[in-house]
Design a protein around this ligand. Structure first.
Ligand code: SF4
Length: 331
């Protein structure tokens, strides 16, 4: 049984979709009319109905289903695929919740949960339970940001920062508004793709209050993710003080095709979003079945260049711990 979203109340209640998301593989199998092997993962299934409704019933190879379906391949031990390849869990002198990989910008692990569990996630083994920020830790963190005058940009990541209540997010934005040396606030989120009505009037209200430029980096991997509803809601945050970008992960069986990525770039552009990064998979334990090589990625990008204007070709990138910036591939 699919969930009706017709009533006015439900239409504006993104939390309702989160609470009623599918967490049980048997329920997923029933909803999608598929049969699944009996596999239980310690990274649980989580898929809300607005996303699930975009998956083709009966198709085990649906590119959206592949992104959320726990598979027995996740148990295969592959050399080099480890718990923390990006070394985000290495102890530092920074306040808890703050990660600084590059000069002039710092990342806050603002939230400990997401609106969907993506099987290839680079933080699927992140110890969120130990990283939750209480009021005092937020204070320490914001104080550090206000004292470190080298910083120009603050990045909210997670988890998904938009899972936090709007009142809380508004207070954060207002606090950052007061810090003169911060020019830009970047928000990495997949929630509006998963539950489009997360972009509600309260969210728009704090977005409008930001005196700093707000950069939203969405996460779409496949054109089927960008339906009319997603486009309708995302368009609402296309404002004078916002920039809308997209990052994708190059995933075997999902989007390792220039046809799929050409269509994604075109649909993003129609929605007012520019393609930004196409990431190579990080070698996270349990994700090796999604691996696509850098050389295949470069061939795909070469093909995209023949079909799209340069501004719609994402940069192929890989994060390598210790470098001054992401490694990008030139072609
Ligand atoms: S939304 Fe992003 S952080 Fe959350 S599970 Fe998916 S890839 Fe990971």
């Amino acid at each position: 049984m699919r969930v009706s979203t017709k009533s006015k109340f439900l239409e504006h209640n993104w939390n309702w979709h989160l609470k009623n998301a599918v967490r049980d593989p048997n329920r997923l199998a029933t909803e999608l009319e598929i049969s699944l092997s009996d596999f239980k993962s310690d990274f649980p299934l989580l898929v809300p109905f607005p996303y699930l409704n975009r998956i083709q019933k009966g198709d085990l190879n649906d590119p959206l289903l592949l992104q959320v379906l726990p598979k027995v391949e996740e148990e295969t031990e592959v050399s080099g695929y480890i718990l923390d390849p990006l070394q985000e869990q290495k102890p530092t002198n920074l306040p808890k919740g703050l990660i600084q990989k590059y000069r002039r910008r710092a990342l806050i692990v603002a939230a400990a949960a997401c609106g969907i569990n993506c099987r290839y996630c680079f933080r699927r083994h992140f110890p969120y339970d130990q990283s939750r920020l209480d009021q005092q830790k937020w204070q320490d963190l914001l104080e550090h940001v206000s004292l470190d005058k080298t910083l120009r940009e603050i990045i909210f990541s997670g988890g998904d920062p938009l899972i936090l209540p709007d009142k809380f997010l508004e207070n954060l934005i207002l606090r950052l508004n007061e810090i003169k040396h911060i020019n830009t606030i970047r928000i990495h989120t997949r929630l509006p793709v998963v539950i489009p009505n997360r972009i509600n009037p309260r969210l728009i209200s704090w977005v409008k209050k930001s005196r700093k430029k707000l950069v939203f980096v969405f996460h779409l991997n496949h054109p089927n993710e960008l339906n009319d509803e997603v486009r309708k809601y995302i368009t609402k945050i296309k404002l004078n003080n916002t920039v809308l970008l997209n990052q994708s992960v190059l995933l075997k069986g999902v989007n390792n095709s220039s046809k799929v990525l050409t269509s994604l770039s075109e649909k993003l552009f129609e929605a007012g979003i520019l393609p930004y990064y196409l990431h190579l998979l990080d070698p996270i334990k349990g994700t090796s079945h999604f691996f696509v090589s850098a050389s295949e990625g470069m061939k795909i990008i070469e093909d995209l260049k023949g079909h799209l204007p340069g501004y719609l070709v994402p940069r192929l990138a890989q994060e390598i711990p210790g470098l001054d910036s992401k490694k990008t591939f030139f072609y």
